[in-house]
Ligand binder design. Sequence first.
Ligand code: GRF
Length: 202
Amino acid sequence: MEKYMKRESIGVLVSGAGSNLSAMIEAGLSIAVVVADRECDARWVAMEADIPFRVVRWEEYKDARDMSAARNLFTQQIVREMRRHEVTLVAMAGFMRILSWHMFEAYPQRVLNVHPSLLPLFPGAHAVCDALAAGALETGCTVHIATEKVDDDQYILAQQRLPVFPHDTEASLHTRIKAIEHRIYPTAIKEYMDQLKNRVPI
Ligand code: GRF
């Protein structure tokens, strides 16, 4: 566990409950800062673990000239927060905003995401609902390297499938998916950090 703490410093991006954040903390990952786009329950998870929590409020950017300008300014502010906390790896954990190229330029191949479907199936913000609506007999979750393309399936680090039951609701299915995410995301992050050890540091 020690070696991860010394070599990489993780910045986690959240928008919601923070259960994946909690799983990362329990797995002993070294988290320098948690950044949210809104007030959310993940704040309390971070607070309890004594991790700085910052809100870069999307609402304050969304009235910029256009969506692209808003996204650029918003992302640049998040990058500033990451740098201020000397983050070397960014982990999105239920972050419900699209980031601009600034993030991927600042952290090339160093932004990870967990998504509640078997990518490339059901990308987007309603993956669990979409799987149910499509009558999928199985779904799952994916850990991947994030790029400017939302829910990019080009670099998949881990994936696990699970059955969809006939009586499943969005909530029941998402709960089972999250239970898997909590296992595979921290493990995939650790494995990826091991791979990064052999690369030139950013
Ligand atoms: C997770 O299912 C994640 O895959 C999705 O949003 C959810 C976040 O849950 N992108 P939590 O905030 O970690 O509990």
